[in-house]
Design a protein around this ligand. Structure first.
Ligand SMILES: C[S@@+](CC[C@H](N)C(=O)[O-])C[C@H]1O[C@@H](n2cnc3c(N)ncnc32)[C@H](O)[C@@H]1O
Length: 259
């Protein structure tokens, strides 16, 4: 057994990964307080990365709030983090039954009793209204990819639906927080699709970017696989080059406040 500090992005601290036979088996969040938790990583499953970036952005918002998470993933990271940071109640959903089973197991491991785990395609099984809707949705332009990554032909099908139906599931001063990749036209139109900001505006939200971080497109990664389609559907997007000449894009946390 080996315990190694896990810092997926600058400024994300207090996480450690436990390895067994060179495989990650547990992720620990430990800030020496009641907020601490641990998550089992499924054999061959993913270690949350972008999800931790989202957690950092919502830490000051969740206290005493009711939260709906769409696409919780097998670790349940965002929902468990929210519960551990004082959320009043959390509804954690995912379209995939096995995923929900694993996430629920992580909830039990941490003795959490204010999360409802639900199998739901976006809002299909959601009743009631919430203070905050949060999501790190699949958003790569690909059709037959994994549930984790595939956002349909141009990457926007799930994000747009989450935004369009959000108002029906939010209390009057509710907010929506979504992690998006900037090449999908966050606030500048880069292809045929309307910007994500304009979709937010036309559905009753004031949009803003809470924070963003540069990400390298690695040749062995999923974004690299989708590169041709990114260029096809968002031809006006200019990838950023970093100092070493790697192609990069920005991962952004956007927020919509109901007006
Ligand atoms: C990028 S992963 C995010 C997982 C986790 N929240 C995190 O941040 O690490 C996207 C998740 O959305 C789920 N998902 C895909 N399509 C969905 C849909 N139509 N409705 C609900 N969840 C969906 C996938 O199964 C996957 O677990």
């Amino acid at each position: 057994m080996k315990l190694i500090k896990y810092i997926p992005f600058t400024g994300i601290t207090n996480y450690c990964l436990e390895y067994k036979d060179n495989q990650p088996v547990k992720l620990y969040f430990n800030d020496n307080s009641i907020n601490s938790f641990q998550l089992e990583i499924k054999n061959g499953g993913y270690v949350p990365k972008s999800g931790l970036f989202l957690c950092k952005s919502i830490v000051s918002l969740v206290k005493n709030k009711s939260i709906l998470e769409i696409g919780t993933g097998e670790t349940g990271i965002i929902s468990i983090f929210s519960s551990k940071h004082g959320a009043k109640s959390v509804t954690a959903t995912d379209i995939d039954k096995e995923t929900v089973k694993w996430a629920r197991r992580n909830g039990r491991l941490n003795k959490i009793n204010n999360i409802s785990w639900l199998i739901s395609d976006k809002y299909s099984k959601i009743k009631g209204k919430f203070d905050i809707i949060v999501s790190n949705p699949p958003q790569l332009p690909m059709v037959n990819g994994s549930l984790h990554d595939s956002g349909g032909r141009d990457g926007r099908s799930i994000i747009d639906q989450i935004i369009i139906d959000a108002k029906n599931h939010l209390n009057s001063d509710g907010i929506i927080i979504i992690l998006v990749f900037d090449f999908l036209s966050t606030n500048k139109q880069l292809g045929k699709r309307m910007t994500i900001f304009n979709i937010l505006k036309s559905n009753g939200f004031n949009p803003s970017i809470m924070t963003e971080v540069k990400r390298i497109i690695r040749p062995d990664g999923k974004t690299f696989e989708a590169l041709k389609d990114i260029q096809k559907y968002y031809p006006k997007y200019n990838f950023i080059d970093n100092e070493s000449g790697d192609k990069c894009y920005k991962m952004q946390i956007i927020r919509g406040d109901l007006f």
